[in-house]
Design a protein around this ligand. Structure first.
Ligand code: ADP
Ligand code: MG
Length: 326
């Protein structure tokens, strides 16, 4: 059974940035306003996230890493209207099966903080009271230490760190009211956004002024399709070899091949060859129309009325590009 759990966990968490994404979403669910991430060896050795959110009650610490433990789903009915990020109660459990996981947490009303270490979904030792600030600090060490194949496949800490930067940068832009900090252990900060910043300011911090000053906001409401879109796009971005496409659906960073293709096709008509754009799209759809569970990593999404929705997005972007080119 242990092997089965480990294999399942390795499917959900394929690389350090997948784990980090789940942890960031947990911190956001817990209403944090400041999130600090510290990394060693691209997250393969050490990945820590400190937030200032609600914290976890001591009595919940015992079961928080058991599968399907979630405080976010009270009844099956809720499944149809999930507004928080997570709902399956699998992230912490999965991580605890393939890494050494430690949680240090304090709720506002608790007299002290508590520290707990986990292995294979279970507490490794009794929970210890200790000193700590309000909020939660989660430390993931030696990720994939018991999944040799995965460990071998991920040999480049530098590449893993790039993925981590993308995840942190994306969430920082989308959640500009929350401060994000990313650094390598013992080194200077690589990325820092202030609390209560703005989307454009955070694009400037993360992608540079050349892109930030080209940003144009787009917005669209389609009540019939239960679609609401906001975002920022650039007209032309000569400074980057690769374009940037940031997609959030219901506040979750995801990928959708069909949206990506649609956006690429517009830009290949409007931009000179080999130049690329910065595109950040935040879609809100009726949660009942979105299937985030097509793939265990939950990156690729599918949704109902995809064709109609993509047509609307396309014409919204095209209108914007035409208006600034005329
Ligand atoms: P899910 O997010 O789907 O509920 P997780 O495994 O990601 O499942 O987390 C399990 C539970 O642990 C959450 O429901 C939440 O109650 C608690 N939790 C995890 N991370 C945090 C955090 N940073 N702050 C407060 N509570 C947390
Ligand atoms: Mg979660």
């Amino acid at each position: 059974e242990e092997v089965v759990n480990r294999i399942a966990a390795g499917e959900i968490v394929q690389r350090p940035s997948n784990a980090l994404k789940e942890l960031i979403e947990n911190s956001l669910d817990a209403k944090s306003t400041n999130i600090v991430i510290t990394v060693k060896a691209g997250g393969l050795k050490y990945l820590q996230i400190q937030d200032n959110g609600t914290g976890i009650r001591c009595e919940d610490l015992e079961i928080v890493c058991e599968r399907f433990t979630t405080s976010k789903l009270r009844e099956y009915e809720d499944l149809k209207e999930i507004c928080t990020y997570g709902f399956r109660g699998e992230a912490l459990a999965s991580i605890s099966h393939i890494a050494h996981l430690t949680i240090l947490t304090k709720t506002a009303t608790a007299k002290c903080a508590y520290k707990a270490s986990y292995e294979n979904g279970k507490l490794k030792a009794p929970i210890k009271p200790c000193a700590g600030n309000n909020g939660t600090q989660i430390t993931v060490e030696d990720l994939f230490y018991n999944v040799i194949a995965r460990k071998k496949a991920l040999r480049s800490p530098t590449e893993e760190y790039t993925h981590i930067m993308e995840v942190v940068g994306g969430y920082a832009i989308h959640n500009s009211h929350v401060g994000f900090t990313l650094k390598k252990f013992g080194e200077n900060t690589d990325l820092k956004t202030p609390i209560k910043s703005s989307v454009i300011e955070n694009v400037r911090i993360i992608h540079g002024n050349a892109i930030a000053r080209e940003l144009m906001e787009i917005e669209l409401e389609e009540p019939l399709l239960k679609l609401s879109l906001r975002g920022c796009i650039t007209n032309v971005n000569y400074s980057h070899k690769k374009g940037t496409m940031l997609l959030f659906i219901n506040h979750r960073m995801v990928d959708s091949q069909s949206i990506r293709k649609a956006v690429d096709s517009i830009y290949s008509t409007y931009l000179p060859k080999n130049s690329h754009a910065f595109v950040y799209l935040s879609l809100e759809l009726d949660p009942r129309n979105v299937d985030v569970n097509v793939h265990p990593t939950k990156h690729e999404v599918q949704f109902l009325y995809e064709e109609q929705i993509i047509e609307k997005i396309k014409s919204c972007i095209e209108t914007k590009l035409l208006s600034c080119n005329s």
